[in-house]
Design a protein around this ligand. Structure first.
Ligand SMILES: [Zn+2]
Length: 391
């Protein structure tokens, strides 16, 4: 195929040299992507006994030959160098289409498959549950699961920390600060300055890739947990979104140390990644919502009182009922309850997702009548006016 293409380009160039007139349609620099549909234009087969390759793809010749009223098509058989990851992906769905690409920089040929994967639909027989997630800076997230049983036991609470990211971040920041300090000196030769600037650029690039990788591994862990819970319950995930947190951390308002931390915090990216990764598993958009979390950290998750205190960052004490627990966990429980409150005591006919800005009608949360029964008996404070989570 490549030979054919090169021949065509050579013919075109020679013709152009003879005519010396400007060409109307210059040749394409890249090979155009052509999708071939499965069954008609290509066949994917697995032959474990073959010594050359396990997976083969047979592409039909585009030239149709007609002999004795019979169409005969030649096939081009290409061996595929499949990794175990690709093999696993091929088994997951049904192959729909394929495209053959050439990467000139790598000097490699690649075959892209388009798979159709239909996930299982949710069974309505499962009990409903709400998973509240409170995003944090030091602890990256805290999750609490609210089920119709009402009791939150130890197995339904998770603290998500990311120690590797913290360590890597500190190391890189120290190196960057060191080179920046040298750069600030006025008596510095031009060559030294250039080399230092180059060093700084590469350091920042490495820092960015590290952040990207650690973000993905952390969100993957979260997705794995959510999927495992989703098998047992008809699950709704609510993520507390710190709206306008950067606006309140302006210069002169709060401590510079905390301001630095807040402005580095990539909460939106985490929520977007979580939404995207769950959508790959067939989760509907309204099943993972992000709602404003203002007021959730200062409200008691047991009695709904605002007469509370936080003697230090991790501890939370309620002066009304004497409840004592982790502050982030209290926030996560309140976030889960806020969604239930929004559905049971609606102010508006829809709920807004803070990240995407979309509105979801209350009718999409159809399992909530079951949850409301439990709330009436055990969490009655949520339904009494004046108390409970502030909307
Ligand atoms: Zn309380």
């Amino acid at each position: 195929m490549q030979e054919c293409r090169e021949n065509a380009v050579a013919i075109y160039h020679s013709q152009q040299a003879n005519n010396s007139a400007p060409a109307k349609n210059p040749p394409l620099k890249k090979i155009p992507r052509t999708q071939l549909s499965h069954g008609k234009r290509f066949i994917l087969t697995c032959s474990p006994s073959n010594s050359i390759a396990r997976w083969w793809v047979g592409i039909r010749d585009s030239l149709d030959t007609k002999k004795n009223d019979n169409y005969k098509h030649e096939k081009l058989w290409l061996p595929l160098a499949c990794s175990p990851y690709h093999e696993h992906k091929l088994h997951q769905g049904k192959t729909q289409a394929l495209e053959v690409l050439y990467y000139p920089k790598k000097k490699e040929w690649w075959v892209h498959f388009i798979l159709l994967h239909v996930p299982d639909k949710y069974a309505s027989s499962r009990p409903p549950a709400v998973l509240g997630i409170d995003l944090g800076i030091n602890k990256r997230a805290v999750s609490a699961l609210l089920t119709p049983k009402g009791t939150i036991n130890r197995h339904e609470i998770r603290f998500w920390s990311d120690k590797t990211r913290k360590k890597l971040q500190k190391e890189k920041e120290r190196k960057i600060a060191k080179s920046q300090k040298i750069l600030a000196k006025p008596s510095l030769s031009v060559s030294k300055r250039d080399s230092l600037l180059y060093q700084l650029k590469s350091l920042r690039k490495r820092q960015r890739t590290e952040h990207k990788l650690t973000d993905h591994t952390y969100v993957n862990r979260l997705v794995k947990y959510i999927l495992s819970v989703g098998k047992r319950y008809d699950l709704y995930v609510v993520v507390g979104f710190p709206l306008h947190i950067r606006k309140s951390h302006f210069r002169g308002n709060l401590h510079p140390y905390s301001r630095k931390k807040v402005h580095k915090w990539n909460y939106r990216k985490v929520v977007e990644l979580l939404k995207f990764k769950l959508s790959l598993h067939g989760w509907e958009e309204y099943r993972i919502l992000s709602i404003g979390e203002s007021g959730t950290s200062s409200c008691c998750s047991r009695c709904g009182s605002y007469h509370t205190a936080r003697p230090n960052q991790p501890t939370f004490i309620c002066h009304t009922c004497g409840y004592n627990l982790n502050a982030d966990l209290n926030g996560a429980k309140n976030i889960a309850k806020r969604l239930i409150k929004y559905v049971l005591q609606p102010k508006y006919s829809s709920i807004k997702d803070q990240v995407s800005g979309k509105f979801f009608p209350l009718s999409s949360f159809r399992v909530f009548p079951v949850l409301s029964q439990w709330l009436r008996t055990k969490q009655s404070h949520l339904l009494t006016p004046g108390a409970g989570v502030r909307a």
